[in-house]
Design a protein around this ligand. Sequence first.
Ligand SMILES: [Zn+2]
Length: 88
Amino acid sequence: MAEKVVIDEDFTDKLSDWDESDVGKRIVKRVTPNGTYFNELIVQVFCQFCASEFIGPAREAGGFLGGHECFHAWEISQAIGREDGLVE
Ligand SMILES: [Zn+2]
């Protein structure tokens, strides 16, 4: 079968250990302590500050991006603090 971009929904049963081959597929059902996710898209994202990459459910990708943004904002605030002599 020739490789091509699949436009139709492509589902996966994998509930962890996603990689490039899973990007664009949907997870039929994913149970977490916070709730049950249905038909969730697997995406690949990266942090524009430190180039870390993430492949996984869209919900977790949001957490990855938000977490890195928060962390790097903290890093910057620390650096600025030191330059201003406000730390120590
Ligand atoms: Zn980062």
